[in-house]
Design a protein around this ligand. Structure first.
Ligand code: ADP
Ligand code: MG
Length: 236
């Protein structure tokens, strides 16, 4: 098993996920084990179809494994009941996807505010938190703009700010640069690093984007449903 440098927030052990559609079995994960330390920026690299989304969904409690364990911040995710899963999604984890998923009729600030409204955060505190997060992702001057008035990279920054609103311990990003050009993609990893420093969150990014892989602090490779630790690429 690969070991993180710090006290793990996440430990995945012997995780198996087999999809059955009719008579066909797809072995998406074949016994995956690894840990992620608190405050790490870990990249899970793998080609399309290697099992990245399956793994992130299992860590985030969006799917149930065939067998194995996901220990997240002291909780066994695979055995949480419905209430436990709701609490996990509100308090412990947050997702960023390839598509930003912003609400088109809401401004950048209002999009970031959505999770705070759901959590019934008081109005003054909400405003403060939204301002802090938009500043953190470099969009303090774009608070009133709607998603269609922002660039692709800016929209993804709003999505990251929104994902942080509930103060998650673990941010799961599934191909976050999948719809960005390379220039914009280049800015994502430094941004995530700044987010870790400011918010004390841990970040796991699944990707096949070489630009993201190049800037990993720790690299895990997934091939045909098996995860191995990889040395970091040499930096120029
Ligand atoms: P990635 O995110 O790395 O592209 P996925 O986790 O989406 O990979 O998929 C891993 C494998 O599992 C692929 O062979 C895919 O076709 C299969 N798969 C994913 N989701 C399902 C599903 N709901 N039903 C059946 N097979 C699936
Ligand atoms: Mg995927």
């Amino acid at each position: 098993m690969s070991e993180p440098e710090r006290d793990p927030i996440l430990t995945v052990t012997d995780l198996v996920r087999t999809y059955r559609t009719g008579k066909v079995e797809v072995h998406a994960l074949r016994g995956v084990s690894f840990s992620v330390g608190r405050g790490e920026l870990v990249v899970l690299k793998g080609r399309s179809g290697s099992g990245k989304t399956t793994l992130l969904n299992l860590i985030g409690g969006l799917d149930t494994p065939t067998s194995g364990s996901v220990l997240l911040d002291g909780h066994e995710v695979t055995s949480l009941d419905e209430d436990g899963l709701i609490r996990l999604r509100r308090q412990t984890i947050s997702f960023v996807f390839q598509s930003h998923g912003l609400i088109p009729v809401l401004s950048a600030a209002e999009n970031v505010e959505v999770p705070l409204r759901l959590a019934r955060t008081a109005s003054a505190e909400r405003d403060k938190r939204v301002e802090t997060l938009l500043a953190l992702v470099g969009l303090a001057d774009h608070a009133r703009q709607r998603p269609y008035e922002l660039s692709g990279g800016q929209r993804q920054r709003v999505a990251i700010a929104r994902a942080l609103a509930s103060r998650p311990r673990l941010l799961l990003a599934d191909e976050p640069t999948g719809q960005l050009d390379s220039e914009t993609s280049r800015a994502i990893m430094p941004l995530l690093r700044a987010v870790i420093a400011a918010e004390g969150v841990t970040v796991l990014v699944a990707t096949h984007d070489p630009i993201v892989i190049e800037h990993a602090d720790r690299l895990l490779a997934i091939t045909d449903g098996a995860v191995t630790e990889e040395p970091l690429p040499a930096r120029a």
